[in-house]
Design a protein around this ligand. Structure first.
Ligand code: ADP
Length: 220
């Protein structure tokens, strides 16, 4: 069953007289429990598509729906509510609030989704190997620790759809392994994951690969 549908998405950007057609009629569906890789070279439209799928940006044409409820062209309040209930969004950086400890970052994410569980915070920290860093603030962590803390934060509330933008771009081999385990675990528990990547190695972990080029899906 589809948990997300995107139909004929168009997105144009204008700089002076120049127009970039970042999305040119993109349609796709994500089913419950599948891991899908969105593969395309830099500039092909992956980030623009992710922003439109999650309601962070509005497409100029087409629409997105979550469990048959339309996300596109709704008020920011409605989009924010749908986003909080549906998505975990993992960006290449900026996944943590700098003024909150790692534990509080994880807890906050759970609170937004209406799921508070202090025990889970500790088990997540353990799972990503940074139990000793729970009370630390992000600026005091190493790059690898930040990646692990971001990972724990984004999966804390078991979001029905996890969207990860180039998740292995900045991480060490061990964290990459953790990521793969986590995606496998989500698959087993019926949760959906969409990974954007230009790495074919990462795409091999997916059930399905969607290729994007010049704002068009080649093989949906
Ligand atoms: P990818 O994530 O695959 O690298 P993007 O979605 O970032 O691709 O970009 C797709 C195209 O849209 C590129 O040509 C990029 O330069 C352009 N683009 C993206 N965002 C903007 C923006 N805010 N303003 C102008 N052009 C943009």
């Amino acid at each position: 069953m589809a948990v997300l549908d995107a139909v004929e998405l168009y997105r144009f950007f204008h700089i002076g007289d120049d127009e970039t057609a970042a999305l040119r009629g993109v349609s796709l569906s994500l089913d419950a429990g599948e891991t899908v890789a969105l593969v395309g070279p830099s500039g092909s439209g992956k980030s623009t598509l992710i922003n439109c799928l999650t309601g962070l940006d509005e497409p100029d044409g087409g629409w997105v729906s979550i469990n048959k409820e339309r996300l596109t062209r709704r008020s920011e309040t409605v989009r924010a509510r749908l986003r909080a209930r549906t998505f975990g969004i993992m960006l290449q950086s900026g996944n943590l609030f700098q003024h909150l400890t790692i534990e509080d970052n994880i807890m906050f994410q759970m609170q937004i989704a209406g799921k508070t569980d202090a025990k889970r915070v500790l088990s997540l920290l353990e799972a990503v190997g940074i139990s000793h860093r729970g009370k630390s603030y992000p600026p005091t962590l190493s790059g690898g620790e930040i990646a692990r803390a971001g990972l724990a934060t984004v999966v804390a509330a078991d979001p029905p759809i996890l969207i990860a933008d180039e998740p292995t771009a900045e991480v060490d081999a061990q964290t990459e392994e953790l990521l793969f385990e986590l995606f496998e675990h989500r698959k087993r528990t019926g949760l959906t994951t969409l990974l954007s990547t230009h790495s074919n190695a990462l795409a091999l972990h997916a059930d399905r690969i969607i290729h994007i080029r010049d704002g068009r899906i080649l093989d949906a």
